[in-house]
Design a protein around this ligand. Structure first.
Ligand code: PMP
Length: 437
């Protein structure tokens, strides 16, 4: 029996599958049992921000493993404190404390819990076209088809439309117009739901896996103002975009604003040992100084995970990784993907920032009809399956979700590898073009 069949895999149908078995990695590549090298053009699930086997992270884990591998979260730990210091140093203004978790989902769960406990209010607002995790609360907050199968219709979550100029819910034609209308809409939702019933608003600062949607300038600041005005806790979900992915330490930095709570994971240590967390501002911190915070996780702030974060963040400072991600977007990926869009009829839109981009594939550029229907699986997803197969045959690992090809290589990918990735996408798009009218 294939050992892979002993593993129950998330998000896919179970059973035998034709996939490479990976055994090692180096930089922007992973290598399978046959010694075949694959270019990782999605940083796995957009988390291996410093690529594979970065020596600074590996050495930090090894050194910590020789000292102390595990410690209960309630104990004081030197390495946990050091990780918190490095995280707070780069965090948006006013976020001075860190609750550690082992994943992004748990970070969202805790952020929502903190907001509900500190306000005494029940509801949470979240955007359509969002992903916030796969446990019960976080999947209900999720605003894309990944919610459908698990949705129990639980009360307490209210979805709203964020700004999305390509497929505007408000009929806007410019990002400025979209920003204004999306903020008006959000204010209406708040007023009609009743501000005194809303604990929190959870928002990806740049929408990640649900569409790579970069908000127009001013939108996040507008959200901050609305939350302040109505006493709503503003939770920024930066699980995917935090720690440099968008060419800033955090994506809220682009708008010069700061949330009350910020959920992070992935890029904090490139996922070498699972780690996530919530950056906590003074207002929420203060709510738990007299009474205890009534929740926790056995493995949160694991010393090996924290050591990996110390290694990763130190390396990012020394290697100028955040600036490299910004340049990757403006000099390589942005212009390179725009060229592909001009050439391939199946590409309806190219959008992104820093080292996070998407090609949205359509049947018809004029009508913007998606190349596969929303939530499509099986045969309905044939065009995207053909695209993925073409990439795999050319040794490129990509992340395809719905009708989108997400392009999110390690932030430190070199120019030659980035060019190789773009040229494989160029060849693979010929497959999806077959399905465009
Ligand atoms: N929020 C966002 C924006 C994410 O992209 C993800 C993971 N893709 C999560 C939350 C959940 O994180 P995790 O899978 O680490 O639990």
């Amino acid at each position: 029996m294939d050992l892979d069949e002993l593993v129950f895999h998330p998000w896919v149908a179970q059973g035998p599958r034709q996939v490479p078995t990976f055994v090692r990695g180096s930089g922007s590549h992973v290598v399978d049992t046959d010694g075949r090298h694959y270019l990782d053009f999605s940083s796995q699930l957009v988390f291996a921000n410093l690529g594979h086997q970065h020596p600074r992270i590996v050495e930090a884990i090894k050194a910590q493993a020789d000292r102390l591998c595990t410690l209960a979260p309630s104990h004081a730990s030197d390495i946990r404190g050091e990780a918190a210091r490095l995280i707070v140093d780069v965090a948006p203004e006013g976020l001075g404390h860190v609750l550690f978790t082992t994943s992004g989902t748990e970070a969202i769960e805790h952020a929502v819990r903190m907001a509900r406990l500190s306000t005494g209010r029940p509801k949470v607002l979240a955007a359509y076209r969002s992903y916030h995790g796969s446990t019960t609360t976080s999947i209900h907050l999720t605003g894309d088809p990944r919610r459908w199968a698990s949705d129990t219709g639980a009360a307490g979550v209210v979805h709203f439309f964020g700004p999305f100029t390509y497929r505007s819910a408000f009929g806007s034609r410019t990002p400025e117009e979209e920003c204004e209308r999306a903020l008006d809409h959000l204010e209406q939702v708040i007023l009609l739901e009743g501000p005194s019933t809303i604990a929190a608003l959870v928002l990806e600062s740049v929408t990640g896996s649900s569409g790579v949607i970069v908000p127009p300038p001013g939108y996040l600041r507008g959200v901050r103002d609305l939350c302040t005005r109505h006493g709503i806790v503003y939770i920024a979900d930066e699980v995917l975009v935090g720690f440099g992915r968008t060419g800033a330490w955090f994506a809220v930095d682009h708008d010069g604003t700061a949330p009350d709570l910020l959920a992070f994971a992935k890029g904090v240590n490139s996922g070498y040992v699972p780690l996530g967390g919530v950056l906590v501002g003074e207002r929420i911190y203060g709510a738990f100084t007299e009474k205890p915070y009534p929740a926790g996780l056995t493995y949160s702030g694991n010393p090996l995970a924290c050591a990996a974060a110390v290694g990763a963040i130190s390396a990012m400072h020394d290697e100028g990784t955040v600036a490299a991600a910004a340049r990757l977007g403006t000099a390589i990926l942005g212009p390179g993907l725009a060229k592909l869009a001009a050439k391939h009829p199946s590409v309806g839109d190219v959008r992104g920032i820093g080292a996070l981009w998407t090609l949205e594939l359509v049947r018809d550029r004029a009508t913007k009809e998606p190349l596969v229907p929303t939530g499509a699986t099986g045969l309905a997803n044939a065009p995207m399956a053909a695209f993925m197969k073409a990439c795999r045959h050319r040794d490129l690992l990509t992340l395809v979700l719905g009708n989108r090809v997400h392009v999110a290589p390690p932030l430190n990918i070199d120019d030659a590898d980035a060019a190789t990735g773009l040229s494989v996408l160029d060849e693979a798009l010929t497959e999806s073009d077959e399905f465009a009218d």
